[in-house]
Design a protein around this ligand. Structure first.
Ligand code: NDP
Length: 260
């Protein structure tokens, strides 16, 4: 039996085991997917190899740390400098980022678009910004504070105090504002003026309707949450784990697992 894990902390709310185990079971794949909550992310390579895992997902707060532990990093993960999926190739750890292409698949009904404003400057903001840039979409970043904007030197960036609202096709919230509170990701007036000129609002948070999407909804903007991003990063990881192309049946199984 092949073994897979998700490394992160905390992991109490992760839906990944259910999503992958449902697909393994229904598709008769001899594999199981487990959680592994760690205090110290520097041990992930050691744990992965000593437990002879075939693959793993990496979530908050270890994606950047695992990037440095991979023997080889492929695709857009090199640009993002963060890895959320690893596979074991003959004892070598190969790292990928499926958050970025998963996000792009999740906005396919909004494409083509020309411009995006990304709210936040953390790891998810980096993955989404690089993914959009790779699709030749103009991206600007707006964050609460200056410090983290330093790692976005290929993009036009703003902190709240030096931002003037203007037109973007899509506004994407990647901050954790609204995750476990009722905060907006930026001051209300600034957000309202920006959203009023946009076509789409997207929030990577998926388990609730956030204050950001509620505000966009009242302004009659087409809204979407991060559930499909979660689904497609999982589908793309599943393809790497099983070395297969996921068909519609596999996608439907994984989607159903997220809905239940
Ligand atoms: P990080 O901790 O790396 O970044 C958080 C960002 O949010 C920072 O820019 C921070 O600003 C900003 N922020 C935090 N609180 C507030 C606030 N109250 N108001 C305004 N800005 C705030 O987080 P991640 O990028 O790892 O994750 C962000 C979100 O993405 C989480 O909600 C996570 O659950 C979600 N996510 C969803 C996925 C999906 O598949 N749908 C995949 C991955 C993540 P500052 O720099 O000023 O501190």
């Amino acid at each position: 039996m092949k073994k897979f894990k998700i490394f992160g902390n905390p992991l109490s709310h992760t839906l990944s085991p259910h999503m992958h185990n449902s697909a393994f079971k229904i598709l008769n794949i001899d594999a199981r997917y487990f959680t592994c909550e760690l205090k110290d992310g520097s041990k992930i390579k050691e744990v992965f190899l000593s437990q002879n895992l075939s693959g793993a997902n990496i979530t908050v707060p270890f994606k950047e740390q695992v990037f440095t532990q991979c023997d080889e990093v492929r695709g857009i993960a090199k640009e993002i400098k963060a890895v959320n999926t690893i596979i074991n190739q003959n004892g070598k750890i190969i790292g990928f980022n499926t958050d970025a292409p998963g996000f792009i698949i999740s906005i396919k009904e909004f494409l083509p678009i020309k411009s995006a404003l990304v709210l936040g400057a953390g790891g998810t903001a980096k993955a989404i910004s690089c993914a959009l840039k790779d699709k030749n979409i103009h991206v600007e970043i707006l964050n609460r504070s200056q410090k983290r904007l330093k790692s976005f030197n290929e993009f036009k960036t703003y902190a709240w105090e030096n931002f003037t609202p203007k037109q973007y096709d899509i506004i994407i919230n990647t901050t954790s504002a609204g995750l476990s509170d009722e905060n907006l990701p930026a001051p209300k007036e600034l957000l309202t003026k920006t959203l009023m000129q946009a076509n789409f609002a997207y929030d990577v948070i998926y388990h609730k309707k956030t204050p950001f999407l509620n505000l966009a909804h009242t302004l009659n903007i087409t809204c979407k949450n991060g559930k499909d991003m979660l689904l497609y990063q999982g589908v793309l990881a599943f393809e790497l784990f099983t070395n297969t192309k996921a068909n519609q049946q596999t996608i439907d199984i994984m989607k159903l697992a997220l809905d239940n």
